[in-house]
Design a binder for this molecule. Sequence first.
Ligand code: NDP
Length: 486
Amino acid sequence: MRKFLMTIGADRCPALADEWIETENPYTGEPWAVIPRGREADAYLAVEAAHEAGKGAWGRLTATERGRLLHRLAQLIRENSDTLVDLEVTDVGRRRTELEGGALEYIASYYEYYAGLADKVEGQVTPVDRPGMLHYTTYQPMGVVVCIVPWNGPLLLASTKIAPALAAGNTVVVKPSEFASTSILALAELFDEAGFPPGVLNVVTGYGNEVGSALTSHPLVRKVAFTGGNAGGAAVARSAAEGFRSVTLELGGKSPNIVFADADLDAALAGVSLGIFSTSGQSCMAGSRLLVHRSIADEFVDRLVASMRDATLGDPGEPTTDIGPISTRTQFAAVLEHLDVARREGATAVLGGARALPDGGEKGWFVQPTILTNVTNDMRIAREEIFGPVLVVIPFDTDDEAVAIANDTNFGLAAAIWTSSLARAVGIPPRLEAGTVWVNAYRVVSAMFPFGGMKDSGVGRENGTAAIKEYLETKSIIINATVRTR
Ligand code: NDP
């Protein structure tokens, strides 16, 4: 079995207690590697290493020099893409075609985007209604930033945090999910090679309630950036609040994909399918509620079912695979439990609805792509985040009803509308309670524009120029020019 080590300061190390956690391959359901089970003492060492690096060599670099290192890192991610892709395929069950077809390049692009931004954070001179007073703002790094990352897209969801945090001049400690740590541990080794001083990027592995909570409550930590479920997010936010640490939270969703009768139905079909079935539905932005105009609902669902009926489930490393496994054993059980709930609530599975056993295997964690009709928006399956390849279908009659159903959720991460009407394309997005609204598109995301949630879907925004300010302190400087100076 392969053995991975943590990165703390200049060291690649096991946990102090020399305890290990087995990590499983979702395609086979078998353990394939071990990662260190860090605890409080390991978390403290990592925070101290990050703090020292900030006071030392890293703190002395100019913003342009930080940008150069981030550029070099992006290049190294590309040069090491085979290793990184292999790890995410094996550890997380992400499809190789998806990673090689753009997802890994997208990860590298984060470091380049924020490399370019590092030396372009400008303050402002503000008019003040006091004669002789000059006021201006500057920005400075916060200090040690803790990034807590889930299992569904470890490299990406770590990079959306690490890149702006380092561009802003902070140092970082990453806590990956214990289910999916290996690609982030491999990424950490590239920081050395890129020339980052030791301690700028540290990775400690282990359980959230052991090493994770030790990090979020450490007095030297000034900021916590989290992606994950709502329960974990609330726990992290409570712990950060105790020490008045700033937080950004990117949480779950139950995003509506709204298809109007005037839509280009071919485009809408592709968008609805991409919205829910890519990454086997394990995505915060999954378009898990299909709201479709009643006049086209039957035809649209029939076509969607036909397009997915022959989808190939199987080895995520194979180019012919359309749908990979559920990433963790626990999540697999949770999705099957939701399918039981769907049956009890009286929904009809017009596609799927059960476990799948592709390739004659008995051990992998596969769920059939599932489409559920006879669903109303008050059912649990329409309200709870399932985080699996399960789509609920809810017909609507009027635009107002579509908007009302779309907004009738605790979440507010994303939404999409499919229409050929300019009036709808312009008029409906402002009415939707979601941080991102796509028109005739789904899953279009970029380092270049903000992403994040309203309501229970989160606090703050990742990506775009504004996100770097989430990792900076604003300072007001006021000079009294009426006092004589030499
Ligand atoms: P969690 O939110 O529990 O895990 C996300 C990360 O937070 C993990 O690294 C976890 O570590 C860590 N964590 C959890 N609790 C704490 C804590 N108290 N202090 C510090 N760190 C902590 O996600 P789950 O794996 O439990 O998934 C639960 C549900 O969340 C899923 O069913 C899905 O609905 C949703 N989800 C949403 C994601 C998104 O992208 N928005 C991503 C993943 C899940 P550890 O795993 O070791 O506990």
